[in-house]
Design a protein around this ligand. Structure first.
Ligand SMILES: C[S@@+](CC[C@H](N)C(=O)[O-])C[C@H]1O[C@@H](n2cnc3c(N)ncnc32)[C@H](O)[C@@H]1O
Length: 249
């Protein structure tokens, strides 16, 4: 049984799916950013075994695998059928389902990736338990979400903000996600990322247009900023990698 807020989330995600396809992932500068971002996640995810793209949306990670001619067994799950229709066009096997009650057996995935999903959920604790349940012992979860930095106040200037986000959507403090995940999994890596380049990666929400060359320069600058103590905490996003203890640990 879905709550009112989840129904609102589904309605919004069904509507914005077309803008993901036509703008976010297909304007050249933002596409460049999201290829870099997906590759960053894939680099933390061993390329063997069966992976779940949790909240797969329109199947962007699958699209990057196709663009880069990489083989990987990936299944997508999402609560929005509108999003999944686009993912299916990329030959991604998909399942309609809720991250808080996943329709999969225990231990059937080698890992889970979730790009920009945990901060959309009404119950992050249930999703953390579900991620841990469906991963095999020794398997890995790679989660990326927006960081609750002081710069987030700028979100109020976003075009179509209310059309784009349900009342469930929020930025989260890394510690809030870490606390949920470490109840089940061992955190093995944590990084901040995204400073100057990140805001230009969402032309469907913030109409910033820059050249691909400028985007590349900003990505490289951001990589340096993400290593500077204190300043890195102002990054727009963070990536958390965690492993399920092997049996007997
Ligand atoms: C910001 S979008 C990210 C989509 C995709 N990962 C990407 O990076 O393009 C968040 C996604 O989470 C999905 N989502 C929200 N709540 C969910 C839930 N409870 N279970 C599964 N998916 C959910 C939305 O439908 C949407 O596709």
């Amino acid at each position: 049984m879905k709550s009112e807020r989840q129904l609102q989330e589904i309605d919004i995600q069904n509507r914005v799916s077309a803008a993901y396809e036509s703008e976010r992932y297909h304007c050249l500068h933002s596409q460049r950013y999201h290829v870099w971002w997906a590759e960053k996640m894939l680099a933390s995810a061993p390329d063997k075994g069966l992976w779940l793209d949790l909240g797969c949306g329109t199947g962007w990670i699958q699209e990057v695998l196709l663009l880069k001619n990489q083989q990987r067994s990936l299944i997508g799950v999402d609560i929005s059928d509108g999003m999944l229709r686009f993912a299916q066009r990329k030959k991604m096997p998909v399942v309609l389902g809720d991250a808080e009650k996943l329709p999969f057996k225990d231990g059937c995935f080698d890992g889970v990736m979730a790009k920009g999903v945990m901060h959309h959920l009404s119950d992050m604790a249930s999703a953390a338990a579900e991620i841990a349940r469906i991963i095999k012992p020794g398997g890995v979860a790679v989660l990326v979400d927006p960081n609750l930095s002081p710069l987030r106040a700028l979100k109020y200037i976003l075009k179509n903000r209310d059309n784009h986000f349900s009342s469930l959507h929020r930025s989260i403090r890394p510690i809030d996600l870490i606390r949920q995940i470490e109840s089940y999994l061992e955190i093995i890596e944590f990084n901040y990322f995204g400073f100057f380049a990140y805001p230009a990666a969402f032309p469907d929400i913030l109409p910033l247009s820059i050249s691909e060359t400028r985007m590349e320069t900003l990505i490289q600058l951001d990589e340096k900023i993400a290593r500077i103590p204190f300043l890195k905490r102002f990054c727009w996003a963070f990536k958390l990698t965690a492993r399920k203890p092997s049996s007997g640990n």
